[in-house]
Design a protein around this ligand. Structure first.
Ligand code: VHF
Length: 404
């Protein structure tokens, strides 16, 4: 066979997010070295297989900073946490670098803020940088740039950051490793009837069935189940599958999800996955691309509800018209906090308040609330179709978008 013309095989990209609870021992506050070693070994195996390119999103900078200064309780003041992150980040990277160097893998530190990704030019720069890092066969180790992030432009938690990274690098899988073995119907520590959810293909349905708030994060971390669902929704819209599982089960989860043990499936979802100890979120059949994908990284300013007609239009790729946006009615019932401006990014909800899309709007809340505009400009586009990114996926949405 002529190998000179053989196309270079595209590698499968994977994002692995490791939470504070997996890296710092809760009782002593020290780095969990054996766990860190396991994570690095697992990633080394994937990276050296020539099939995968891996990025790590790691928490633990604040925890490592606390360890350095001998502080036992996480301070409430943001400023102090940001200082601790600055102290701990270098310490954390030192552990990763040492461990990976022993295993023969090179690493890079990438610190990002939501503000970076919300600027299209910086988003593109970051995308290209990741691409070059992968070409150099280096593992990017990502964290939020905690020291400079301002409140309104912070990811705030690394679950969300990891989903943005997965979207940015077109990852096939996002693994959210934590101290629980998946998403439960309620808190398994308190409710003996709590059941683990195996496969999720409709986040909105799931949110109506699950007591998400009960699955809060650990004391050392920031995220919980709510942030994991937000992450899964972003990743799914970007065409990436999300897995939530225990970091101690990392090896078997990664092997199973990626199809490394069975071989044949090549990582595709099979019914046999249903019996594994993690929760798998499926990806959108039609992943958002280009500008629509970038929109997933633009901070959301408000939420707006639409009627059934508006929902149908969004589903079939049509623009959202002014007349289909629900604004305050004569009883004063409001569908949004009315604070968005022209060209802001908002979440579009159905009549029941379930997220269906992200949108960049042509009118401000004030414009819309103005009666004259509503009557005369009802057929105007509130959002152009190129500025609408669907973030809700189930069978109905998939089959509609497939047919278009
Ligand atoms: N950027 C922060 C992590 C914030 C965070 O999301 O923590 P976690 O809930 O443990 O994933 C740090 O490095 O400490």
């Amino acid at each position: 066979m002529d190998t000179t013309n053989t196309e270079k095989k595209k590698k499968r990209r994977i994002v692995i997010k490791v939470g504070t609870s997996s890296l710092i021992k809760a009782d002593t506050g020290v780095i969990h070295l054996s766990q860190l070693a396991k994570i690095c070994e697992q990633i080394t195996e994937l990276q050296k297989s020539s099939e995968f390119q891996c990025a790590i999103v790691t928490s633990g900078a604040v925890g490592a900073g606390m360890l350095q200064l001998g502080i036992k309780e996480k301070p409430k003041e943001l400023q102090k946490r940001q200082a601790l992150a600055a102290i701990g980040q270098a310490h954390l990277m030192h552990y990763y670098e040492d461990m990976f160097a022993t295993l023969g893998v090179k690493t890079a530190q990438v610190l990002l803020t939501l503000e970076n990704l919300s600027q299209k030019s910086q988003y593109n720069r970051a995308m290209n940088t990741f691409s070059s890092l992968f070409d150099y066969d280096v593992v990017p180790i990502v964290n939020e740039n905690d020291t400079v992030a301002v409140e309104e432009l912070r990811f705030g938690d690394n679950d969300t950051l990891s989903a943005h990274v997965a979207s940015l690098i077109s990852a096939e899988y996002l693994f959210l490793f934590t101290d629980v073995d998946g998403l439960y119907t309620s808190n398994p520590m308190k409710d003996p009837n709590a059941k683990r959810i195996q496969v999720v293909d409709d986040i909105n349905k799931l949110m109506s069935e699950v007591d998400v708030a009960s699955g809060a994060g650990s004391a050392g971390g920031t995220g919980g189940m709510v942030t994991k669902l937000t992450a899964a929704r972003i990743a799914s819209a970007a065409g990436c599958k999300t897995v939530i599982g225990k970091s101690t089960d990392m090896e078997k989860i990664v092997e199973c999800a990626l199809g490394l043990n069975g071989g044949k499936g090549g990582g595709e979802v099979t019914p046999s996955l249903n019996s594994k100890e993690y929760t798998l979120f499926l990806a959108a059949a039609d992943a958002a691309k280009g500008k629509k994908r970038w929109m997933l990284s633009v901070p959301v300013k408000d939420r707006v509800r639409v009627n059934k007609e508006g929902e149908e239009d969004i589903k079939s790729g049509e623009p959202l018209l002014v007349k289909n946006v629900l604004i305050s009615d004569s009883n004063g019932t409001k569908s949004s906090s009315n604070s968005y401006k022209v060209q802001d990014c908002i979440i579009v909800e159905d009549e029941e308040g379930r997220e269906i899309a992200r949108a960049i709007v042509n009118y401000s809340a004030e414009d819309l609330a103005h009666h004259n505009l509503r009557v005369s400009d009802a057929e105007e586009e509130f959002v152009h179709s190129s500025n609408l990114c669907v973030t809700h996926f189930n069978e109905e949405y998939r089959s509609v978008s497939r047919n278009n």
